[in-house]
Design a protein around this ligand. Structure first.
Ligand code: DX5
Ligand code: ZN
Length: 221
């Protein structure tokens, strides 16, 4: 799977005009909307839930909504997000008592399922479930906040996960999240990522279309 997906994280958007921000970033060339859900329990921050996801759908957003759950427990919020219009739902294995069960739960609600690896989570957590997944989300910062610096060891980890996905021979997307910028996305793509979350790099820029175009060029180079 080599097509490049750019998924702006709305964590860095202006929440006072969220619908407009999402419209603008999609018009600027974004593919997915990355939706960070934080519970002040699994991570030390509090953000948005299913009602906001549903509001974006009612506003007219048709692009895939890529829900990144940083919540514990996981399972009871999954049906609410599916009903609210989530397309992909990803969760952290440390936050679920039964990882395989949570993956099946997400899929049974008609969504694609993703597993998120924190910077210190070993890649072998993917063993025995990789073939059930639609996406692996690799964190290149510790979850909880936008605007942090990319952790360089994530590059080697990307290569390790890419090898596992290729060996499994299944179309599983490899998404990277945290500190992704136009000037490092090229090496991140070369290490094996095909799906790129970027929050501050896009929403703090004056011209969303210009950053997204520069990101795509760097990935294609
Ligand atoms: C962090 C979130 C990220 C965050 C990325 O916990 O999962 O999606 O918004 O923000 P940047 O791109 O600014 O590092
Ligand atoms: Zn995220």
């Amino acid at each position: 799977m080599s097509d490049c997906i750019i998924a702006p994280s709305i964590l860095s958007a202006n929440f006072a005009k969220l619908g407009e921000e999402v419209d603008n970033v999609l018009a600027a060339g974004a593919d997915w909307v990355h939706f960070d859900v934080m519970d002040n329990h699994y991570v030390p921050n509090l953000t948005i839930g299913p009602m906001v996801c549903q509001a974006l759908r009612r506003h007219g957003v048709t692009a895939p909504i890529d829900v990144h759950l940083m919540v514990q427990p996981v399972d009871r919020i999954v049906p609410d997000f599916a009903e609210a219009g989530a397309s992909v739902i990803s969760f952290h294995p440390e936050a679920s008592s039964h990882v395989h069960r949570t993956i099946q739960l997400i899929k049974s609600h008609g969504c694609q399922a993703g597993l998120v690896l924190n910077p210190a989570t070993p890649v072998d957590v993917l063993d025995w479930v990789l073939e059930d997944l639609d996406l692996v989300l690799l964190m290149s910062v510790n979850p909880g906040f936008g605007g942090q610096a990319f952790i360089p060891s994530a590059l080697d980890k990307l290569r390790a996960v890419r090898r596992k996905i290729d060996a499994a021979g299944k179309a599983v997307r490899l998404e990277i999240d945290g500190g992704v910028k136009a000037d490092n996305i090229g090496e991140i793509a070369a290490a094996g990522a095909d799906t790129f979350v970027a929050g501050s790099a896009i929403f703090n820029a004056a011209d969303y279309a210009d950053v997204i175009a520069r990101m795509r060029q760097a990935v294609a180079a």
